[in-house]
Design a protein around this ligand. Structure first.
Ligand SMILES: Nc1ncnc2c1ncn2[C@@H]1O[C@H](COP(=O)(O)OP(=O)(O)OP(=O)(O)O)[C@@H](O)[C@H]1O
Ligand SMILES: [Mg+2]
Length: 254
């Protein structure tokens, strides 16, 4: 199953979720690939040893037709997890994709030959609804939407949902929303309850039961090239991301 982690809002926990959900899958023995489509390359920097040693990235694979994605797939620091690496050069990709009649299908096309090799392919996306993110939505079976638990959390979700509907209509009718994940949650604040109610008002049962609290361990672990499961195995963040991964597995079966 291919899952795109998407929200065009910045800093809502997309990368944190992509890293820890893909690590959870791998640690549960599922062959997993993390695809970094963000020019910021935060996922790559978090889980790949010495990433500058690699000359090519997803940019080279998507910039022209008929490329083999295997050449930019490397081992991560998490056993059982591979990463298709990004670099800042991804930022130059948009014009080349926009100029091509099937520029929205490049990622889908390059993943096709390898998708049988992985039980889960998790795609981290940049904070935009540009053509690279559209490539992720066209390639995916499902989208996971992280939403930060904050006052303005629902700003922009209309555009996101409209984009998902458009992708379904034009290119990927099977695309489903596997779930909405409340992130950076702080149960102690008075508004947090109200925020969760509003998110549930829009997304109903799509909201995962598990919510991700603010946790220093989640913030620190990427700097040590670790998932939260090895960095702080008994932390709240580890427990919550383990639970989210299990919810995803259950929903993926249905
Ligand atoms: N649950 C959490 N608790 C504490 N810090 C968190 C949590 N989730 C994310 N962060 C921190 O918040 C910042 C933004 O998170 P993250 O990079 O995952 O968001 P993003 O949506 O991928 O951002 P971008 O849109 O820039 O790609 C990071 O510094 C991250 O470490
Ligand atoms: Mg990110």
């Amino acid at each position: 199953m291919i899952i795109a982690i998407t929200n065009q809002k910045g800093g809502v926990g997309k990368t944190t979720t992509a890293l820890n959900v893909s690590a959870a899958m791998a640690l549960m023995g599922k062959n997993t690939l993390l695809v970094d489509t963000d020019p910021q390359a935060n996922s790559t920097l978090a889980f790949v040893e010495n990433p500058l040693q690699y000359e090519e990235s997803l940019y080279n694979v998507l910039a022209s037709n008929n490329q083999d994605i295997k050449k930019i797939i490397v081992n991560s620091t998490v056993p059982g997890l591979d990463v298709a690496i990004s670099k800042i050069s991804m930022a130059k990709l948009e014009p080349s994709l926009l100029g091509d009649i099937d520029g929205h299908f490049r990622l889908k096309d390059v993943l096709e030959p390898i998708r049988g090799k992985y039980e889960y392919i998790i795609i981290d996306t940049a904070p935009t609804l540009g053509i690279i993110t559209l490539n992720a939505l066209v390639a995916a079976d499902a989208v996971l939407i992280p939403i930060q638990s904050s006052y303005l959390c629902l700003e922009g979700t209309d555009d996101l949902l409209e984009t998902i509907e458009k992708v379904k209509r034009v290119a990927n009718p099977e695309l489903q929303i596997i779930g909405v994940l409340v992130t950076l949650h702080d149960k102690r604040t008075n508004i947090s309850k109200d925020v969760v109610e509003r998110i549930k008002g829009v997304f109903g049962k799509k909201v995962f039961r598990t919510m991700i609290s603010k946790s220093v361990k989640l913030e620190e672990s990427p700097a040590y090239r670790e998932s939260v499961f090895t960095f702080a195995p008994s932390s709240v963040g580890a427990e919550q991301y383990r639970k989210v991964a299990r919810e995803i597995l259950r929903r993926a079966k249905n």
